[in-house]
Design a protein around this ligand. Sequence first.
Ligand SMILES: C[S@@+](CC[C@H](N)C(=O)[O-])C[C@H]1O[C@@H](n2cnc3c(N)ncnc32)[C@H](O)[C@@H]1O
Length: 185
Amino acid sequence: MRRDVAAFDVFAPVYDRLMWSADETALRKGLSCAERDVERCVEVGGGSGRAASEVGATVLDPARGMVERARGRGLETIRASAESLPLSDGSVDAVLVVDAFHHFADHEAALSEAARVLAPGGVVVICEIDRSTLRGRWLARGERLVGFDSQFFTAAELGAAIDRAGLDARPVEYGFGMTVVGVAG
Ligand SMILES: C[S@@+](CC[C@H](N)C(=O)[O-])C[C@H]1O[C@@H](n2cnc3c(N)ncnc32)[C@H](O)[C@@H]1O
């Protein structure tokens, strides 16, 4: 198991007590970019369901402890990784990734999988930390110091990666906490 996933497996029982609430406004702003109705929504790297519970998404995550917490919240769950989604082509209206993209092992593969499972007009909404901000640089350094393999991006880098996956990238929020979406054609 990759180091970041193993850490979240251990951290799961206390995760919700240590984290602040998810930014529902940012999530809804991102979801509003979809060019179809959003009924089937999956949060990849959804952890304990902190963000998924705000919008009724299914939680997909490889860390057993996190998935169990999400199930305890009454959410639908799938134990899997972002780089290999056990979902059919064009089967979802929205993919959310909240505070998790920097933990993924292969970012290009994760975006390509998100693009594959989205129906036309569907949207991937990525809420992340911008590494070009001062707080972003400190956070990136802090995560490395505690042993995570995290890799952070700027809004421009994330937008370019989303475009390369064949989606239409649109930044919707800038700053330490940024939101970049990609709309499926
Ligand atoms: C900081 S938590 C965020 C959880 C949730 N999105 C939230 O906002 O509370 C990061 C999550 O990413 C998950 N993760 C790490 N590597 C992953 C991968 N390759 N595919 C999917 N999820 C992954 C971890 O297991 C963890 O639950």
